[in-house]
Ligand binder design. Structure first.
Ligand code: GRF
Length: 192
């Protein structure tokens, strides 16, 4: 069984899509990691009995730090870390420990519309203002620069009929929910 950990910060729609679409005979979500105590993704994890860890740069009574999380991940034998709507930057030391084992889904066609501050609606507003007729989602390896790592796969979507950033966001999110589980399933196919 391959074990994955999913980092979240928001509604959890990508976590839900992963939970529903990964090959459950081969892959198991054994941990959800959140920087927020209360969000849709944590609720979903609790409802589905997935262990949740709360993460902060500096630990306190309810949040663990990345050094502690890394130890837990080695104990859990984590094979892949998936950032699914996670809004914080992963520390360099943690990236070094899990090199080429951390992937992120970005709601645009990188390398355009990426980088620090480009998340959520900020991305879709920039795409809308640019007049682009096509957007989409990108899954890439995480390195030490925001949205810079090697691209694994992208999925495009026609946005020529969209009249607002919200309409773009809705179309792109649907694409994300197809692309991320597909990339995770394929990631482990290549490891068999
Ligand atoms: C999504 O747009 C995702 O691309 C971005 O965070 C947003 C929220 O995702 N990374 P979710 O609904 O919390 O999975």
């Amino acid at each position: 069984m391959f074990n994955i950990a999913v980092f979240v910060s928001g509604k959890g729609s990508n976590l839900k899509a992963l939970f529903e679409k990964i090959d459950k005979e081969k892959i198991k979500i054994v941990a959800v990691v959140s920087n927020k105590k209360n969000c849709g993704a944590v609720e979903f994890a609790n409802q589905n009995s997935i262990p949740v860890f709360f993460i902060a740069e500096v630990s306190n009574d309810e949040f663990i730090d990345y050094k502690t999380l890394a130890k837990k991940f080695f104990d859990l034998n984590i094979n892949l870390i998936v950032l699914a709507g996670f809004l914080k930057k992963i520390p360099d030391e943690f990236i070094d420990l899990f090199n080429k084992k951390i992937i992120n889904i970005h709601p645009a066609l990188l390398p355009k519309f990426g980088g620090k501050g480009m998340y959520g609606m900020n991305v879709h507003k920039a795409v809308f203002e640019s007049g682009e007729k096509v957007s989409g989602a990108t899954v890439h390896f995480v390195d030490k620069i925001y949205d810079n790592g090697e691209i694994i796969e992208q999925e495009k979507v026609d946005i020529s009929d969209c009249n607002s950033p919200d309409e773009i966001a809705h179309k792109v999110l649907e694409v994300e929910h197809i692309l991320l589980p597909k990339v995770v399933n394929n990631f482990f196919k290549s490891l068999q």
